[in-house]
Design a protein around this ligand. Structure first.
Ligand code: SAM
Length: 327
């Protein structure tokens, strides 16, 4: 059906993110020793502005994520919604910033692929086994953690679940089955995910999160300012690959990004376009990456980064100081 084709095109976007991240790390934009296990090869060259865009995305999201985990002193949960082949769990383990439990959710077929990679690549499976409290030897192959349908894996500190984010009650049920704790401070992350859902579907998801957790932060990275000419070209490029940005209406402006949260029970919301984020990242490191590749058209970089944003929202019953988290 048309829906299947559309969903398949959306699922394929996780490979784009992974190959772009792998390419940028191969050039030295940032370090990610785990991405190689999810993208078979470095792949074809990407333009310097694309690499800088991914640098801003990864550094920007990591900045807020790490700040949240430090505020909570790791006594928290992280839920990566539409995680694709993301490697954040492994980075947090290496940086001693592991939350009590790290959840990932994506479509069942994407999850099955990720579980296969984890099971067959020791550098990926080892940290999951090491952080599991019961006899590690028994877990050598992780088989005991993988559900019989291969669409989920659950260990003490890492859990990956196959589910459709548009079906919030099913999502809620599955997360609770895997010991999600609504009482713990919780960080929800969606990176280029909500834009593939209609505005009412993404609002439902964001509303569910606000209702479920009393102390939480939501970080959303995606397109913004999509009504101008440059935005139209971005939409057309995706449509050519059968990929519809069903949620583009919610991406009209930084205000519409914040509104989605403020209308659904979140106390605070902030949003910045990625050009602004780029200018607020540690400038010594920005200077370092700007020397990696020559960029002739700075204007193109600016235009591109002005069409992506980070929006973050919080509610803070436990007074962790979440509303202060910023760049
Ligand atoms: N967040 C990852 C990253 O930044 O590397 C992956 C981004 S990729 C562009 C979008 C991901 O969202 C895909 O893995 C896709 O399968 C997932 N996704 C989109 N809509 C979804 C839905 N309704 N239910 C579950 N996953 C979904």
């Amino acid at each position: 059906t048309d829906t299947d084709t559309a969903d398949e095109a959306v699922r394929a976007t996780c490979d784009d993110a992974t190959t772009c991240k792998r390419f940028a790390t191969s050039k030295g934009y940032w370090k990610d020793p785990y991405i190689q296990y999810f993208a078979r090869s470095v792949g074809e060259r990407k333009a310097p502005e694309i690499n800088r865009g991914y640098y801003a995305r990864v550094q920007g999201v990591n900045h807020l994520l790490d700040a949240f985990i430090k505020k909570a002193e790791c006594d928290c949960q992280v839920i990566n919604l539409g995680a694709g082949l993301d490697t954040t769990f492994w980075r947090l383990k290496d940086e001693n910033l592991m939350p009590r439990k790290f959840f990932e959710v994506d479509f069942p077929t994407v999850v099955a692929r990720k579980i296969h990679n984890i099971k067959t690549k020791p550098p990926l499976s080892k940290p999951i086994i090491e952080t599991h409290s019961t006899d590690s030897l028994l877990l050598e192959t992780l088989s005991e953690c993988v559900c019989s349908d291969a669409h989920s894996l659950d260990s003490d500190r890492y859990c990956i679940i196959g589910a459709d984010l548009r079906d919030v009650s099913n999502l809620d049920e599955k997360l609770k089955k895997f010991q999600l704790n609504p009482e713990l401070p919780t960080l929800l992350l969606s990176e280029c995910v909500l834009v593939y859902m209609t505005p009412s579907q993404s609002s439902n998801l964001v509303h569910w999160a606000a209702e479920t957790f009393h102390t939480a932060m939501f970080i959303n990275y995606e397109q913004v300012n999509m009504s101008d000419r440059f935005g139209q070209v971005m939409i057309e490029n995706l449509q050519r690959r059968q990929c519809t940005l069903a949620g583009v209406e919610a991406c009209q402006s930084l205000d519409s990004q914040k509104e989605r949260f403020l209308k659904t029970g979140w106390e605070n919301a902030d949003a910045l376009d990625m050009m602004t984020v780029y200018s607020m990242l540690p400038q010594d490191d920005v200077a370092r990456i700007e020397r990696l590749e020559f960029l002739d058209e700075r204007e193109l970089l600016q235009q591109l980064l002005q069409h992506y944003s980070i929006c973050w929202a919080s509610k803070d019953k436990h007074n962790l100081g979440l509303s202060q988290l910023a760049f």
